[in-house]
Design a protein around this ligand. Structure first.
Ligand SMILES: [Fe+2]
Ligand SMILES: [Fe+2]
Length: 472
């Protein structure tokens, strides 16, 4: 058998061909990845031509190519952002020292855990979304789903590259384990809660891309500050692709909101379900659910782990280098909300242990900007309704608020009130069944399901009736 030309098969800018040990590890892993992709990747479309974007370089002006690809033949590449000359560690105890090109021995275990936890989310979301192709609202959306899926696959490659290149045999074992855990599996679940939830319909998918992928953005952005330079460069490039996933989420939800508003106006009623739309109160419930699940991903409000990652120079703050403080945070304070009896109050905590909450603040502000844009759509139809983010203490399973019941507007409520009201706050089985009943595939070129408005423009400026996936 002729040796595989990896520069050809795996586009990369890490001189893969020159590193025989790494090549062997990836040669060993690749067939297992493909086996996983066949078993757990998008169901029913593996032999179809899909109009996909493939990352082929890190040139900001033209890093991707568009063209028809069968998903199993997607060229999952390995890209690190260009090195920064003389890059330093910008925070923590090692501030000012040269960034590490190799794993510092004392942080080996911690760093591996950080990479594995990030890496585990990538295949998990592919697993969560594998049945959605069957019920796509249009070829445009079908293609966007697959684009997100292959790129999450590439993000897995990105993390496996770090594990194989820098963590020896432990790294190779972790690379295998990343293919063995399964989203929602009782015995070998994915590591983080949100990645074991179901994504049963397209509304959930768009909400997932908006809320849960955005957690990914903030985690990647803080890992992009890492003193471990290969991790920093890997994450910086992943963020380029991640932007599209959030676009899919925000525009997807926005198009459903738009369609609801159109139906409300056309039929002069709030009850758009009668006309095949998804009503705004239902949208609000889905926001409440997906936002609260995603807020948990940031971890406890007060966390010594987060402090240790920072002090060690492994994981920074969002936009660390743009901040003007001492980047050590030994004496600083930060406002964190907590419980005082049955009241939610702000407290000053040591800045160092409050880093999860600070990142959550950045995340919530970003989510709010997206919600504001959805509200603009509603307003432009002259409709008096405002979508809101739930209070961050609502329905939390991790941290201070895991112990109490809190309403979406931020009141600690009794179990009795929760029992009486939670059906107004979260999607019920009836809501899910209604949304599920809308999930009928629309696969004619240029056609769109009745519950969602068409996109403002096509992918890569393609025409409205472009054949994004060739099904025949
Ligand atoms: Fe990802
Ligand atoms: Fe993503």
């Amino acid at each position: 058998m002729a040796p595989i030309d990896y520069d050809e098969r795996i586009p990369n800018n890490v001189s893969l061909a020159a590193d025989r040990r790494l090549l062997r590890a990836l040669e060993d892993w690749q067939p297992k990845f493909l086996e996983w992709w066949h078993d757990m990747g998008p169901e029913g479309f593996q032999s179809k031509d899909v109009y996909l974007r493939t990352a082929v370089s890190v040139d900001p002006k033209g890093w991707a190519q568009f063209g028809y690809v069968k998903m199993p033949e997607y060229r999952w590449g390995i890209f690190l952002a260009e090195p920064e000359a003389d890059r330093r560690i910008n925070f923590g105890d090692h501030q000012g020292q040269p960034a590490w090109q190799d794993v510092p021995g004392e942080y080996r275990g911690t760093l591996r855990r950080l990479i594995v936890t990030q890496g585990d989310t990538e295949p998990a979301s592919v697993e969560q979304q594998r049945h959605l192709g069957r019920t796509c609202p249009s070829l445009y959306d079908l293609r966007n789903l697959f684009q997100v899926n292959v790129e999450e696959g590439r993000h897995l490659w990105a993390m496996v590259y770090l594990l194989d290149a820098h963590f020896g045999r432990d790294g190779r074992e972790e690379s295998e384990a990343l293919l063995q855990r399964r989203s929602g599996d009782h015995d070998k679940p994915r590591i983080l809660g949100a990645f074991n939830e179901k994504t049963p319909d397209w509304l959930s998918f768009f909400m997932f891309c908006f809320f849960t992928d955005r957690d990914g953005k903030y985690q990647l952005a803080s890992l992009a500050e890492s003193g471990f330079d290969p991790l920093s460069r890997t994450c910086r490039f992943m963020l380029t692709e991640e932007a599209h996933h959030m676009f899919v989420g925000e525009s997807g939800v926005g198009r459903i909101v738009q369609r609801a508003c159109e139906l409300m106006r056309e039929h002069k009623t709030d009850d758009v379900r009668k006309h095949g739309g998804i009503d705004l109160p239902t949208m609000q419930k889905y926001i409440n659910f997906h936002c609260s699940v995603s807020l948990d991903l940031f971890g406890s409000e007060v966390s010594t782990n987060a402090a240790n990652f920072y002090t060690a120079g492994l994981k920074g703050r969002f936009e660390e280098t743009k901040k003007t403080d001492d980047h050590r945070l030994k004496d600083g304070l930060y406002p964190v909300i907590g419980l005082d009896g049955d009241k939610i109050v702000a407290r000053q905590e040591a800045a160092l242990v409050s880093l999860n909450e600070r990142l959550r603040d950045d995340y919530v502000a970003d989510c709010q900007r997206g919600v504001n844009r959805w509200n603009e759509i509603i307003k432009s139809h002259g409709i008096d309704f405002t979508l809101t983010l739930p209070h961050r203490a609502f329905r939390r399973a991790i941290g201070t608020f895991a112990e109490v019941r809190v309403s979406p507007d931020g009141r600690v409520v009794s179990q009795a009130e929760w029992d009486a009201r939670h059906r107004d706050w979260l999607p019920t089985e009836e809501d899910a069944a209604y949304v599920g009943s809308l999930m009928k595939p629309v696969t004619e070129r240029g056609k769109m399901a009745g519950w969602i408005a068409p996109p403002a423009r096509g992918v890569n400026s393609q025409a409205e009736d472009f054949e994004y996936v060739r099904l025949s």
